[in-house]
Design a protein around this ligand. Sequence first.
Ligand code: FES
Length: 131
Amino acid sequence: MPTEDTPHKSGKLIPLIALDNLKAGETKGIEIEHVDDDNGIKDSGKETTRLDLIIWHQGDAIRVFKNACPHIGLPLETFPDRFLTADKKHLICSAHAATFNLDGMCIAGPCPGKSLTEYKTMRLDGWLMLG
Ligand code: FES
């Protein structure tokens, strides 16, 4: 089973991208900064972490995965926003060709049965929100 996760513990929503900027059948790569503490509030002096994400607009669904291959943790893409196989049915890692289904499960390549980490999202006021 793919893992679902949240990058922070506060439950605070983080805007990822305007829905108008996503096209069905395509992927986008984005990076966000988040705070690794219990309340998710960014105070001066607190450590922030960069989180590299893959957004995959699959028909009506939009899935968000951590951009870290379960094989050895490399980011999947070689070129910006290019995460899909030629037929656009699967995500593929450019390093060793691990191929992932709609749920982020590796179905071919060096890590069968392992999954990308998936994050919970929701749509709000025209935005895709993480959290
Ligand atoms: S790091 Fe992705 S297949 Fe090896």
